[in-house]
Design a protein around this ligand. Sequence first.
Ligand code: SAM
Length: 419
Amino acid sequence: MEDSQKLSLFHKSGVYNFKDSNTVFIDPVRVLNRFYNRFTVSPSTYYPRFFKSLTPKTTVPSSPTKRKRKKRKRCSEESRPLNDREQIALQRHQELRPLLMKAHECLLKSNGLLGALKDLRSESDSCCLKEECECGEQCFVELGQQAPDLVVTLNLCIRDIDKDMEDSPNVQYCEQRSILPVFNNFVVNDTEDDAMAEILNNHYIMPRESCFYMSDLGQIRNLIPAHTDCGFNLIMVDPPWENASAHQKSRYSTLPNRYFLSLPIKQLTHTEGALVALWVTNREKLRSFVEKELFATWGVSYAASFHWLKVKANGSLIGDLDLFHHRPYESLILGYSPGKVKNSDNQSKFKPLKDDHVIMSIPGDYSRKPPIADLLQEYIPGVKPPRCVELFAREIMAGCVAWGNEPLHFQDSRYFVKK
Ligand code: SAM
């Protein structure tokens, strides 16, 4: 495909496939925009780090003592002998390095794509739906504890086709309002249009054909379908792993690893099986927990690891590839959950996956992952379109159930612009 064709496809889909490799560049804003009819995702709120770097810094720079301490810590980490786990992590990194370098070279050679990234700022919105974007965000975890019976007003836009007019059916829209419990309840937008949800005077945009269930981990079993043929074919999981950084920034609470062993992956799996996509950080302790304990407990067989390489809008990596504790990439571990199809070995029906996929994108807000469901389509077993669920979600995708204690977080109207 010609570069110009690839670029025009990128502008429409948000996905740019590099030639002769399993490397893609994605613009999450464009990918997400495909889910909405009347709104678009605001690039300046999706990429706050990228846009903030434009405005003069108002934050107080860290003190020279703090900087020295940080530098000293980094040097000591780099100069002291590595322990066994760190040795394994280093080896893993060395094996991965050529693949990541090659992927990055692809991006640096794509002048057309780099040009399109430069335009990101000029394409941006002057204002998002909320007039004042800095106003406080709703904390759903606190709300869930203080007002468990809170309700959401869901405004759906229903298509009403006048069937009497067979030649040119007259499509009209009517608003339907329903009042539903916010917590421990499936809130569904089953229309083909965006829906607006209102909670305590705050507005949240729901994409077409989507659903959220907002609860604590204690209630996750309510997601288990009554019949396994109503289970899920794609199960995406981004757990709140314990991690000094998440804790420090206190963006969300984290949980010890043993809590994730009890996630009901088997019971959520569709009869015909599911692809499980699990985000992990680069901590070797975590990788070995997933490979040796977590997948086995879930009954998931390891298939491959994909890698998310984080770049800036000028194409450079967000940090030094070899910096030990701050790698500019994260991994997505993929495995298959077998389901319950009888009379055949359905494991052999699963499409084999290779470890050579690299996804590049500009990172969004803290710990926000790029939308990957589209990139995994060909590996998802079972029915089409697949039934998808995202566990520990902070946003809602079209065609997907979003579960977590704050799945509306990035659906706040502050993250959107009216078309
Ligand atoms: N995938 C998300 C994204 O791209 O923005 C990030 C998910 S973040 C790593 C983990 C999420 O798990 C946070 O939203 C956090 O609030 C949620 N979480 C933490 N403890 C939880 C619990 N006990 N029950 C449900 N969700 C929880």
